[in-house]
Design a protein around this ligand. Structure first.
Ligand code: SF4
Length: 431
């Protein structure tokens, strides 16, 4: 172990050994366009169970079917649940503030100072504060932290904390274990989809990171849903988790600073823009259907034209709303002058900014990162064409904490797709 890298190992005994969902050669969740994507995209996958209360309300409960998950509830749901146990709404607010606010981030009834004794007893009998346990923290040379969490079913997710000199620290959360989208430049995509995360498991990443690292890295101000998974494939839980994160009495993230990223699931994107006031990022990465069909197979279902036209139409009715386009630069694939010119044209009429992202290599990938000088030229062309464009430095890549590097695919992996003939030379491959 090199001395710039600190590891905090958590004993294995804190982890539950048997996964509820295993990934084997018969697992049907690798993306396949031989099967209808609609069926695939609506597959319910989650370890969360639910419990019904009197008038039809549903609350998330823990996987051992005994306790309600506090972080899976919005505030109105928590209030209702507290009242259903005979306590006042005011006590629900006191609890909410101790879970999410005032630098308490309660993980146990012992952290609930000032709450009534009976209320605490009821909580310890009926509610769960934590939904996963800390497994390990890896710190990269640039200060980026990759946090590994062990879920109740034994699966592992990764969350990244990215401190920034300008007093802004960004948290990158996961929304699924693995991902079904099979983007060819992404390590997580090689895992296939294991399961969706529950709203509680998503929110807990933010609470846990604040509790663990605020003293070290300062206030965590921004959240990006750019970790493992396609957030809009798990849209119900993602919208709910984002709502909980921006609650003004709770975690108090600004909706402008909570960004949900998508590879381009058009119906879900439309729904997100209608139902959430958080920000949206679209992972674009290509300027033609031919290239995008290959590097982002979701494009075979939702073509570039449809994606961009939907954004153009939907953003017309949103005031002061800017979408972020992410563009991972792949040498010889999407970084030509023609790409720059096309990019300027295809985003016209969409209030947007563009982040040019350096590709982060990982094992098994054929792609190479575009050279820095070329990225600058590309950036200058876009800026010259009137685009608001930024170069994004790679962060945490020495710890596989950078964009597109999260996860652990294992031996059964999503397939690498056939490289179109005209790119084979640039990638140094024959197939
Ligand atoms: S880039 Fe995002 S959507 Fe694509 S495979 Fe990776 S995690 Fe999934």
């Amino acid at each position: 172990m090199r001395n710039w890298m600190r590891r905090i190992a958590i004993p294995n005994s804190t982890l539950l050994p048997k996964p509820l969902f295993s990934f084997n050669s018969t697992t049907p969740f690798l993306i396949s366009f031989l099967t209808p994507p609609r069926l695939f995209l609506s597959t319910p996958l989650s370890s969360q169970c639910s419990s019904h209360f009197g008038d039809g309300d549903t609350f998330a409960i823990s996987s051992n079917h005994s306790k309600v998950l506090l972080k899976g509830m919005s505030y109105p749901e928590l209030q209702k649940w507290v009242q259903s146990h005979g306590y006042r709404p005011g006590q629900a607010m006191m609890l909410w503030k101790r879970i999410y606010g005032n630098s308490i981030w309660a993980q146990h009834t012992d952290d609930l100072e000032g709450l009534n004794k009976d209320f605490k007893k009821m909580l310890s009998e009926n509610a769960e504060f934590k939904v996963f346990s800390l497994k390990e923290i890896r710190t990269a040379a640039d200060g980026t932290r990759k946090i590994l969490f062990a879920l109740d079913d034994g699966m592992v997710i990764e969350t990244v904390v990215i401190p920034c000199d300008r007093g802004r620290t960004t948290l990158c959360v996961s929304s699924q274990v693995g991902c079904a989208m099979n983007c060819q430049f992404c390590f997580t995509g090689r895992m296939g989809l294991r399961r969706h995360l529950t709203a509680a498991e998503i929110v807990e990443q933010a609470v846990f990171a604040r509790r663990l690292l605020t003293n070290e890295v300062g206030s965590i101000t921004n959240v990006v849903f750019m970790g493992m998974g396609e957030p809009l494939h798990n849209i119900d839980n993602v919208i709910k988790a984002a709502d909980i994160m921006v609650d003004e009495q709770g975690l108090q993230f600004s909706p402008r600073k909570v960004t949900v990223s998508t590879s381009g699931l058009v119906p879900q994107l439309r729904r997100f823009l209608h139902e959430s006031n958080c920000s949206l990022a679209v992972s674009l990465n290509a300027t033609t259907d031919e290239v995008r069909n290959w590097i982002m197979p979701i494009n075979r279902k939702y073509k570039l034209d449809l994606l961009l036209q939907t954004l153009r139409e939907e953003l017309r009715s949103k005031h002061n709303y800017i979408v972020l386009f992410e563009y991972v630069m792949l040498e010889g694939v999407n970084d030509s002058d023609e790409d720059a010119k096309r990019l300027i044209e295809i985003v016209k009429g969409i209030p947007c900014k563009i982040n040019l992202i350096s590709f982060n290599p990982h094992s098994g990938s054929l792609f190479k990162p575009t050279k820095d000088e070329r990225m600058i030229e590309f950036r200058n062309m876009l800026a010259g064409g009137g685009c608001k464009v930024f170069l994004r430095l790679s962060r945490g890549d020495d710890q596989m904490a950078a964009c597109g590097q999260l996860g652990k695919p294992g031996t059964i992996q999503a397939p690498l797709l056939r490289v179109p003939e005209q790119f084979r030379m640039a990638l140094g491959t024959k197939t």
